[in-house]
Design a protein around this ligand. Sequence first.
Ligand code: C2E
Ligand code: MG
Ligand code: MG
Length: 669
Amino acid sequence: MIKSRRYVLITSVVGLLAVVVLLFIFQRLAFQSLLDHETKSNITLTKVFSNTIWPKYSLFIQRTSQIPKADLPSHYIVKRLHEDVIKQMAGSSVLKVKIYDLNGLTVFSTDPKQIGEYKSENSGFLSAKNGVPASGISIRDRFDAFEGVIADRNLVSSYIPIRAREGAPVEAVFEVYSDVTDLAAKLERFQWEISGWVVGTLSLLYVILFVVVRRADITIQRQEKVRRANEAKIHYQAYYDSLTDLPNRVSFGERLGEAIKRAKRAERMLGVLYIDIDEFKLVNDSFGHATGDGVLRGVAQRLRSCIRETDMLFRTGGDEFTVIIEGLECVGSPGALATRIIDATTDPMLVNEHELIATVSIGIAVFPKDDVTVEKLVKDADTAMHRAKEVGRNQYQYYSPSMNDQASERLALEIGLKQALRNNEFLLYYQPRVAADSEDILAVEALLRWEHPQWGLVQPNAFIPLLERMGLINAVGKWVLRAACRQVKLWHETGFTGLRVSVNISPRQFRTGLLVDSVKDALSRSKLDPAYLELELTEGVFVDNIDDTATTMSELKALGVSISIDDFGTGYSSLKYLKLLPIDYLKIDRSFVSDLAENEKDAAIIKSIAALAHSLKIKLVAEGVEDIKQAEFLRSHDCHELQGFLFSTPVPPQDIPIVLSKQKIRRAV
Ligand code: C2E
Ligand code: MG
Ligand code: MG
């Protein structure tokens, strides 16, 4: 029962008690007024008695002390007085009359047994003797009245002074007993009725009040419940991530602050792990958000299974998780946890019928070794995580101060890249691809460069991963396609007909679903025959759903362009896609070519790739050819085209006509 109902009960009980007290007071007042009324009528009666009967007996009464008490009841004057009194009182409510002399002796009583008794100590008698009438009310079980013995009566007895006339001295005291039984009974009945009504009405009111309050209580309780639930919900939303049920970034900030304070007090170390899923955006772009959510849940589950009970795990952003490890034994402990996490996340997971591997990169910062404030520690761990990404993902890195320089370098690159396209700072270099047998230039590979106003020419490996991460690869890729097609068309028009151009396509650009439109756009703007455009895809595009990949590739093929697989042998291990997809060229990765002379295994790999391409009727291109021996080996293994510094480095577009002209001359000679 809540407080308001208790209050109502208490006030109801107090109210009822107050009413009972009031009723009691009312009863006393009612009886007092009954008494007053009866006293008045007894005084009137006494006056009548004084005027009519008293003068006859006054003298006798004053002398009764001279008569022996035992003779008094039978005295003839007393008997006469008795008859006179009976006559006068007949028909009234008076039941008994007594007369006392001033000594308190009962000189007369309608009950003769009482004649001769003394009442000199009686307060009523004393009051009347002093001239003041006194009355009292009493209940008698048994009473000797004129008519005999009566029972259960309410009586008013009045002691009244008897005077010869108004103002004369008191001569005797008259006691009158009048019967008020009926009146008292009426009064009592009336009182019970009022009490009944009052208590009944009040009880009804209280019951109604109690019901109303109870209802109000229930409503308040219900509202309170809803409020508490809302509060809990708001708290959950503020401090938890609903997807993984892990505490969120806000919780992380608060908990880390508290943990640092504890670590300071206890002079102990504390580790922060910053965990980011590798290429998570790719998962979202390729498989949709439902699968992305599934991956996040799966990773969260694995992280949970790796940490100890005392470690704290949070989801602090889209694909970011953090762990706080308190009470570090040594600086190496977070590394051990990071290894466990990496091992746990490299196992494939089944999400929406896709078998996926969601690896993570982890940055570690240690308090107080690296930094001592919440913000800096988090920043350090974040920097270390980015470093882990840069050096190849699926690994962990401890923070080191030199990483800050790299981080600010990356930031400067990002800022520059945002405006590079608008400022026309991108340009294409071209590297010839020659026929293995005749060394005639058959094609050129378009290679992106960034001419930065301060830093000069920036190589693509330094900024293409950033473009991908920043989501700019599609816009830049579209520009590359347009520029390359326009350039080759120009060379065709200036007489170098038949020259093909190959353009590199990043896996992320391939997956956006915009590639086919970009290619169409570049071809229609430049009016280049699609037969002269080749798209270099890497094995990364086959990580995806093979059906989607096949659809996009068929659409590209339908446009009339060729497709090559760049850096072949370094990526995806399944060869199934080679027979399923429309592939025209395989470009052997330059790592196999460069070590050819020293490493027999590389030679064996190239031989196998050559045999595979030959049997599948796919043309073979080798890149990174730097010396004649390599060229000889590749030529002897049916490589169709060669590309590398042996023939030409990538050159700006204005140099290509010179190289081509030289070739023409050589051919003519
Ligand atoms: P890639 O497609 O494998 O390009 C070949 C890379 O090997 C080029 O580096 C080229 O300069 C280098 N190379 C050629 N011959 C030799 C050689 O004999 N020895 C050595 N050591 N290197 C040689 P580059 O131009 O720095 O390009 C690097 C990578 O950047 C490219 O690898 C490609 O994956 C990417 N890339 C370049 N341009 C673009 C582009 O427009 N779009 C996309 N998505 N990626 C591009
Ligand atoms: Mg390439
Ligand atoms: Mg390559």
